[in-house]
Design a protein around this ligand. Structure first.
Ligand SMILES: Cc1cc2nc3c(=O)[nH]c(=O)nc-3n(C[C@H](O)[C@H](O)[C@H](O)COP(=O)(O)OP(=O)(O)OC[C@H]3O[C@@H](n4cnc5c(N)ncnc54)[C@H](O)[C@@H]3O)c2cc1C
Length: 316
């Protein structure tokens, strides 16, 4: 029986065989067995409480840090829509929905003369994804500005995590992987608008100079090993510009894997694996993927898509 036939009734959107990969930053085909976009938090809680326990759940944000594997993602993929895309500011606290883009959060801070969130201006993900990944750059990360977050567990319970209890570390935290972050509170530092704006602009300019922003990528492919830069290790292993099918190591920033136009998820993953091997052979250091790889690879004898074809974008 197909998963969609056994799901609780919802007010939001349910779509079978959705090509979610096309909307990822890699822009590569990859299917969700069922996509669910809840109408609001009550819809999400009701759905999760009544979802058959054996159905696998995956949550996605802007898909700026994920690779959807060629065989697609089984079970339910949840994406938060408009209801979760709101920002409220009171004094030095910004209350934001998890679907808010990091650049929108940073802009709200600037508008209210609040500093400390400038680094988020160039991170293209959502607040939910940024909390999960403890996203950061230029010496700052989420752990430095988050006060608290709210989420819904995969079994439908609303939970809160205080920053101090979350054990944030480099691109990870103790926040459960079975949690859908739904809302968060950040604290800014009152400052002078012109200097906050200047800092944002400097960071954006540096990013434009050093990253291939005009090409399709999901940011840094690998985490920086302790005390090292992944891009330097990749460069030293001779991988700058290396290609596999339609995937390529960026000439501009060699920790970025780019889709040159017709890459498949397998091209990207295989290129990453071969880079990691070359780095290991050259330096003895094992790189760890920063990009989150989701779903299953298509088997050699499978043709077409595991979950079929569909068209419209349910989030628009
Ligand atoms: C050009 C470019 C530059 C980038 N620069 C940076 C950078 O400087 N620093 C940096 O840290 N990252 C950077 N990234 C990577 C990426 O933008 C961040 O990791 C971002 O935080 C991911 O957010 P997302 O909404 O896109 O998450 P997704 O890619 O959709 O998901 C990433 C992970 O978060 C989980 N997730 C998503 N939403 C939720 C939620 N609501 N609740 C719980 N878990 C969730 C997913 O399950 C997945 O495990 C860059 C990416 C690109 C394309």
């Amino acid at each position: 029986m197909s998963v969609i036939e056994n799901l609780p009734p919802v007010r939001g959107i349910l779509k079978e065989n959705e090509n979610i990969g096309k909307r990822s930053f890699f822009g590569i085909e990859g299917y969700a067995e069922v996509l669910f976009v809840p109408e609001d938090i009550d819809d999400l809680v009701f759905f999760l409480k009544n979802l058959p326990k054996e159905v696998k759940v995956t949550v996605l944000g802007a898909m700026s840090n994920v690779l959807i594997r060629s065989g697609g993602v089984p079970g339910i993929v949840i994406m938060l829509g408009k209801w979760f895309d709101k920002v409220f500011v009171e004094d030095d606290i910004l209350e934001v929905g998890a679907a808010v883009n990091c650049s929108k959060l940073s802009a709200a801070a600037v508008d209210n003369d609040l500093g400390g969130l400038e680094f988020l201006a160039g991170i293209p993900g959502t607040v939910g994804g940024a909390i999960r990944m403890n996203a950061g750059c230029y010496g700052a990360d989420i752990s430095g500005v988050l006060v608290e977050c709210e989420g819904v567990s995969f079994s439908g319970r609303i939970k809160w995590y205080k920053n101090a209890d979350s054990d944030f570390d480099y691109r990870t935290s103790k926040i459960s992987s079975n949690l859908i972050v739904t809302r968060a509170w950040f604290r800014g530092v009152r400052g002078v608008n012109s200097s906050i704006t200047r800092k944002v602009n400097e960071m954006i300019t540096t990013r434009r100079k050093t990253q291939p922003l005009d090409q399709r990528s999901c940011g840094s492919a690998f985490k920086n090993p302790e005390g090292k830069k992944a891009w330097e290790l990749i460069d030293a292993a001779g991988c700058r510009g290396l290609k596999n099918g339609g995937a390529m190591i960026s000439e501009k920033h060699c920790n970025f894997i780019i889709n040159t136009g017709n890459a498949t998820a397998d091209d990207i993953e295989d290129l990453g694996e071969s880079v990691a091997k070359k780095v290991f052979d050259n330096s003895g250091i094992q790189l760890e993927w920063e990009i989150v790889r989701l779903g299953n690879r298509r088997e050699n004898n499978e043709t077409g898509n595991l979950y079929g074809l569909s068209g419209n974008d349910p989030l628009r």
